[in-house]
Ligand binder design. Structure first.
Ligand code: NAP
Length: 333
């Protein structure tokens, strides 16, 4: 009998690729979505949909009881649902921590504890590295942002629940087809504009979404339990190296603008005000600015490597692959 996998956040950038891979791997695949979720990237007829209101105990119980009646057990859960940006700071805690806790407790209450629960956290739960040393799982976790703090709270919840079979994935910045955040950056470069905040050397790490999905399944299918697994493409870059690769892939020349942090802070406030009026979270906001200003997001991913993870995309080819997709979709001319 096929093992079943439930993926929350299935409608999102990363979740939609996890769903595709799960089907490819022959799992009976359940896409956990909300009533309001888009199914734009969830068109495969083999997808089973499960509506979950992660913030409502009663509704969760009903959904999970119906699932148990129909399918018996749940073999694996990949919990991808999360808020990465919001105008309302409280959303980070409500979704990334509180709903995660409610979901886990509902699985326990309804006798649906899986063989393995993969929690998709973030490098943000660690905070930036010290000096120029890559971030490792031995680092003291000191998140800079409300987002990072909410992910850390969820990780701490899993650490307290030793009887619950979880593993935590901490991806660095994820890029690839369908992503709308990197797109803003690439679009700006395609419009010949390269923006730096301060003139500091910033160390960065990245992972292509296909490689992250591979890492998630490696973690799920391995014996790894109760541990954090940092995931990148196993290299680190400076922000200038990143921009140069984008310029090369787009074949464009740019004008570089160096914006002092105080000026960027002023624009972040303005764009938050506009965002509040429009009801949309702007890419540049004060929380994100903390991440843009941090000098070291380089990472060492020893643990996932030891489980056999080998990324297929180095940054140069990953960027090209992503830009080709944006062009195909008409997002970039
Ligand atoms: N993208 C990155 O660079 C990156 C890096 C590290 C970690 N991560 C983590 O990876 C996960 C997925 O990120 P992503 O980039 O794919 O984000 P995304 O495209 O915004 O997708 C987020 C997903 O979470 C769902 N979600 C949001 N709020 C929810 C709620 N209250 N209840 C139930 N579902 C909710 C969304 O559902 P709707 O479609 O219904 O809104 C969507 O399916 C997140 O947990 C994020 O923290 C992302």
């Amino acid at each position: 009998m096929k093992k079943n996998v439930l993926i929350t956040g299935a409608s999102g950038f990363i979740g939609s690729f996890i769903v595709e891979e799960s089907i490819k791997k022959g799992y009976q695949t359940f896409a956990g979505i909300r009533k309001s979720s888009s199914k734009k990237y969830l068109t495969d007829s083999q997808i089973n949909f499960l509506e979950l209101d992660l913030n409502n105990d009663t509704s969760l119980d009903i959904s999970l009881q119906n699932f148990a009646k129909q399918y018996g057990k749940l073999d694996f859960v990949i919990h991808t649902a999360g808020v990465t940006k919001s105008i309302n700071k409280a959303d980070f805690d409500t979704v990334n921590f509180d709903s995660t806790k409610k979901f886990v407790n509902a699985l326990k209450r309804n006798n649906l504890v899986p063989e393995k629960f993969v929690f998709v956290s973030s490098l943000a739960s660690y905070g930036p590295g010290i000096d120029a040393y890559p971030i490792t799982i031995a680092n003291q976790q000191q998140p800079l942002t409300e987002y990072g703090k909410s992910k850390l709270k969820a990780e701490q919840f899993f650490r307290l629940n030793e009887d619950f079979p979880s593993v935590t994935i901490n991806p660095t910045a994820v890029y690839g087809p369908r992503d709308k955040d990197f797109f803003v950056l690439l679009k700006s470069i395609s419009n010949h504009l390269e923006v730096y905040i301060n003139n500091d050397r910033q160390l960065l790490s990245f992972v292509h979404v296909h490689d992250l999905v591979d890492a998630i399944f490696i973690a799920m299918e391995s014996t790894a339990l109760h541990q954090n697994l940092l995931v990148s493409d196993l290299s680190n870059y400076t922000s200038r190296e990143f921009n140069n690769l984008v310029k090369k892939a787009l074949n464009v020349k740019t004008i570089s603008i160096i914006v002092p942090a105080a000026v960027a802070g002023f624009f972040a406030v303005i764009s938050e005000v506009i965002g509040n009026i429009k009801g949309k979270t702007p890419l540049l906001n004060r929380e994100r600015l903390k991440e843009f200003k941090a000098k070291n997001w380089s990472v060492a991913c020893t643990q996932i490597e030891q489980l056999g993870y080998t990324p297929k995309y180095k940054l140069e080819e990953g960027i090209q692959h992503t830009i080709d997709w944006y062009k195909q979709q008409g997002w970039i001319k």
